[in-house]
Ligand binder design. Structure first.
Ligand code: SF4
Length: 313
């Protein structure tokens, strides 16, 4: 099994857009491609549209229902066809660990898609692409991100972290869920979650501690959803520094005064923005080699995704 990521086909360079063009993303096609298996989908082509084709848009009717209509003739309504497609397609995507969608599209956009009223007046960037809306409803835990937002280093790192964490969870539970597996999984994720959200760290801890109160199916889904929501918070320098100090605490008895001070200084320089996260992490891992600690070494925090992506540099 490999990490499977759904993706808008135009983001992979397919010329399927309404204007006959594409929206190829070099990050997706070059850096990420060797590490994942893409599942490309163009919902508009899938419902029988051609490329090129007339532009479509999201339009609100008098009952506040959103429709997918042709921009130059709103009597041509693709809503039913798109909903029928999503109903047939989405159950086939249960194995995905993430999804990259094309921004602004009335079918694929994740947020801030232009919404119009029946007279063609713009109501603002208030919509969600019809296909992606259905996708996020069906799989609320699934990491979804837009191609354009992946240019932002923090958002890119955050999305990739969620994708590989989601995949790790799916792999862990692939032969069946058990509370024992959940406890072991959560034990590895404690510090990664703490870096993203100290509040969620406490809430997830409570959920796992109360595991016996839930049916297995409910617990499995609750945990994954809560984990993905926790990791969606951007991990700040302050929170990373806090985690690094916690991890340092596990090693302090075996470190000389000088080594302790050197690590503390490096964490402080990271907190102040003078060195990248990699600097204190490498020193911590060096000390871990000298004083092995199985609990600390197993922390996913040290390697939440493949190093080759260079996201911590
Ligand atoms: S945004 Fe979605 S619907 Fe539009 S061309 Fe790309 S894949 Fe197809």
């Amino acid at each position: 099994m490999t990490v499977k990521i759904g993706i808008s086909a135009c983001v992979l360079g397919d010329k399927v857009r309404y204007d006959g063009g594409h929206k190829a993303s070099s990050f997706c096609m070059q850096q990420l491609a060797p590490l994942v298996q893409y599942v490309p989908v163009c919902p508009e082509m899938a419902i029988g549209m051609s490329a090129p084709r007339p532009a479509i848009r999201l339009q609100l009717d008098a009952e506040h229902q959103v429709h997918l209509v042709q921009s130059n003739n709103s009597a041509i309504d693709h809503t039913a066809a798109m909903l029928a497609f999503t109903e047939q397609k989405l159950p086939q995507l249960a194995q995905l660990s993430g999804y990259i969608v094309c921004a602004k599209s009335p079918s694929c956009g994740m947020e801030r898609v232009r919404l119009f009223d029946a007279k063609g007046q713009q109501l603002g960037k208030l919509g969600v692409g019809l296909y992606t809306h259905q996708l996020m409803q069906k799989y609320p835990w699934l990491p979804v991100e837009e191609d354009g937002r992946l240019f932002d280093p923090a958002l890119r790192e955050n999305f990739i972290c969620r994708v590989f964490s989601c995949y790790d969870y799916q792999q862990t539970m692939q032969d069946g869920f058990s509370v024992g597996k959940l406890v072991a999984f959560h034990s590895r994720y404690k510090f990664l979650v703490m870096a993203h959200s100290p509040t969620a760290y406490r809430e997830l801890g409570r959920l796992v501690a109360n595991a016996k109160l839930f049916a297995a199916d409910e617990l499995q889904q609750r945990y994954l959803l809560a984990l993905m929501q926790a990791l969606k918070n951007i991990a700040t320098r302050k929170q990373h520094a806090n985690v690094l100090q916690h991890l340092q605490g596990f090693l302090k008895h075996g470190l000389s005064t000088e080594a302790k001070q050197e690590l503390a200084d490096l964490i402080q320089r990271y907190r102040q923005g003078f060195v990248p996260l990699l600097a204190p992490l490498i020193l911590l891992q060096h000390h871990l080699k000298q004083q092995p600690n199985a609990y600390v070494s197993a922390q996913r925090y040290f390697a939440p995704y493949p190093e080759s992506l260079g996201l911590r540099a």
